[in-house]
Design a protein around this ligand. Structure first.
Ligand SMILES: CC(C)(COP(=O)(O)OP(=O)(O)OC[C@H]1O[C@@H](n2cnc3c(N)ncnc32)[C@H](O)[C@@H]1OP(=O)(O)O)[C@@H](O)C(=O)NCCC(=O)NCCS
Length: 171
């Protein structure tokens, strides 16, 4: 079974380092152009990151707990949160995407906003079936035409079925 370990400011640096190869390998698939990070740069980022706003998880499978298979990151922006995650290349197509998306939606606990590349067929499929809605596409000449902007309402709260309960009380 796939499980997340939350990384905190005080986590052993070797755990932060474990997510670096997955992060660096995911760069070509992201809507923002981030640079390749060295261990030193990542360590510096981790020490200075606002951990009250950003939650990061390293994912492993119980069968092989020594092997990082994915990371996920959720950033709180006040009214909304935004996610970022990647699965290690050797573990693509193992069906991990849905569980990670469901987890970051629950962790956010509020509406979300995000972006996806039109050319990233896997993430478009995963996002659509997990409740993300495309609200806008890049149209301006100076923006990347490959980007779609997305919104998600956040976790759905299931309230008790009060009608059924009251009907039961009426006999
Ligand atoms: C996007 C990503 C997370 C998908 O990981 P994955 O392990 O392959 O995901 P899953 O196995 O859970 O599911 C992928 C689904 O997309 C489908 N798929 C794969 N490539 C596809 C494509 N080009 N077009 C359409 N669907 C595609 C798969 O068949 C699968 O569908 P299924 O579950 O109905 O069979 C992974 O490719 C990745 O980490 N990419 C780099 C980082 C990234 O894009 N992050 C997302 C933006 S924050």
């Amino acid at each position: 079974m796939l499980r997340p370990t939350q990384l905190t400011r005080d986590s052993d640096p070797i755990l932060i380092e474990a997510l670096r190869p997955i992060l660096n390998a995911s760069l070509p698939y992201l809507t923002k152009s981030l640079g390749w990070m060295s261990a030193v740069e990542q360590h510096r980022w981790w020490r200075t990151e606002d951990h009250a706003r950003v939650k990061v998880f390293l994912w492993r499978d119980d069968e092989r707990p020594w092997e990082p298979v994915a990371f996920s990151m959720i950033t709180d922006h006040g009214d909304f949160a935004s996610p970022f995650f990647a699965v290690a290349r050797d573990h693509w197509s193992n069906g991990y995407g849905d569980a990670i998306i469901k987890h970051y939606i629950e962790t956010a606990g509020k509406p979300l906003r995000g972006q996806q590349l039109v050319s990233n067929g896997a993430i478009r499929k995963l996002n659509a079936r997990n409740g993300w809605v495309v609200v806008r596409k890049s149209t301006a000449l100076w923006t990347n035409p490959d980007i779609e902007y997305l919104e998600h309402p956040g976790p759905t709260t299931t309230f008790p079925d009060y009608d059924a309960i009251l009907k039961g009380l009426d006999g």
